[in-house]
Design a protein around this ligand. Structure first.
Ligand code: SF4
Ligand code: SF4
Length: 348
């Protein structure tokens, strides 16, 4: 697979990277097999996080005996030096490696968090010492908020920035990607399928592959998924006028107020599965009604009616979505639509 230079890290990485979120849902044997298949296909960048439960350990097992040539990235959500120290040690243990190629500050999506990361004697000083000690090779940051991401890029403290980018959420194309290039900060794409809202991998990846110097990380759960994307990368990459129309149609359908499924809004005090409820417009389009209006989805979506309007979730959403309004509207729509399927028996 073609390789690109990841900004000032000078690391050469495959244009396509592996994202370690979905393998948490698999058995360990299946997870290890998926990672190995990605490596076999030429994917040399593997991204995981302390927060992704079993992901680091499973990637570590898949890497046994084949660490060389792989660029391994993980992250910490902690904003305190003790927390970062603990996460870093855990990552090294779980991944079973002597060093991590790229250590990232995870989900830094407001100015206060960025200030905490960069505070004197704070998390950044831990990462810098780890770099001096050879435990990590490079320092990066991930964010969902454009102004924070721009500030991080211009701060000179980070060698990479990971940010959501796809043809629906494309704001990074205007300023952030050029800014990263100007400062020689490696740009890493997260959410290439917009958190599951884009179900056409062909147009999603063709769009991203128009940008020659960015690394696209995609979460992989099944080997056919990575095989399909590798095939798309092999070309042709020209976007046809029919594909352009398809992209515009999806942009129009989704608008700007849609959930990116990052789950930063959690925990909800009432236990509402917010990102799942927020997927309702996409579920209506994609699932057969007899499945969607079954007992399982009913329990999840109608749970939104127990919202107490505390507003906590909205303070944590990096996209400033009016979560209370949206989940209430989706629960209402669900109840109304479900009436059309009165004979549907609950399924579990
Ligand atoms: S506003 Fe509603 S959905 Fe949000 S955290 Fe509070 S109870 Fe949960
Ligand atoms: S509501 Fe906001 S914070 Fe929650 S999953 Fe969606 S985009 Fe993320």
């Amino acid at each position: 697979m073609e390789k690109i230079r990841l900004g000032k890290t000078n690391l050469m990485v495959s244009r396509l990277g592996f994202g370690g979120i979905p393998i948490q849902r698999l058995s360990e044997a299946d997870a290890v097999a998926v990672v190995k298949r990605c490596l076999d296909l030429g994917v040399t960048f593997l991204d995981t996080a302390n927060a992704y439960t079993t992901s680091e350990e499973r990637i570590g097992k898949a890497l046994a005996g084949r660490r060389e040539g792989v660029v391994l990235a993980t992250k910490s959500t902690s904003r305190k030096r003790e927390g970062v120290e603990k996460h870093l040690n855990l990552s090294l243990q779980r991944l079973n490696v002597k060093y991590i190629d790229l250590y990232q500050f995870h989900g830094v999506s407001d100015k206060a968090s960025l200030d905490m990361v960069l505070a004197p004697d704070g998390p950044m000083s831990v990462a810098q010492k780890a770099r001096d000690d050879g435990l990590i090779k490079h320092i990066g940051i991930t964010s969902h908020q454009i102004d924070v991401a721009k500030e991080a890029v211009t701060s000179g403290k980070f060698e990479t920035i990971m940010f959501p980018f796809n043809f629906v959420t494309s704001e990074a194309a205007d300023e952030l990607i050029p800014l990263a290039k100007k400062h020689d900060v490696g740009f890493i794409v997260m959410k290439p399928l917009s958190g599951g809202m884009i179900d056409n991998a062909n147009i999603a990846f063709k769009y991203l592959f128009q940008f020659p110097e960015i690394l696209t990380v995609v979460g992989i759960e099944k080997t056919p998924e990575i095989e399909e994307i590798v095939k798309i990368l092999e070309g042709p990459l020209t976007i046809t006028s029919a594909e352009k129309k398809e992209m515009q149609k999806l942009r129009d359908q989704l608008g700007t107020k849609f959930c990116h499924r990052c789950d930063y809004c959690q925990p909800c005090s009432e236990g509402i599965a917010l990102s799942t409820v927020m997927m309702y417009p996409s579920l209506v389009r994609r699932l057969p009604p007899e499945h969607l209006f079954s007992g399982f989805w009913g329990q999840v979506i109608e749970k939104a009616e127990s919202c107490t309007e505390c507003g906590e979730c909205e303070t944590r959403c990096p996209y400033h979505l009016p979560i209370r309004e949206l989940i209430s509207e989706y629960a209402k729509q669900y109840r109304e639509e479900a009436r059309k399927y009165p004979k549907q028996q609950p399924k579990t």
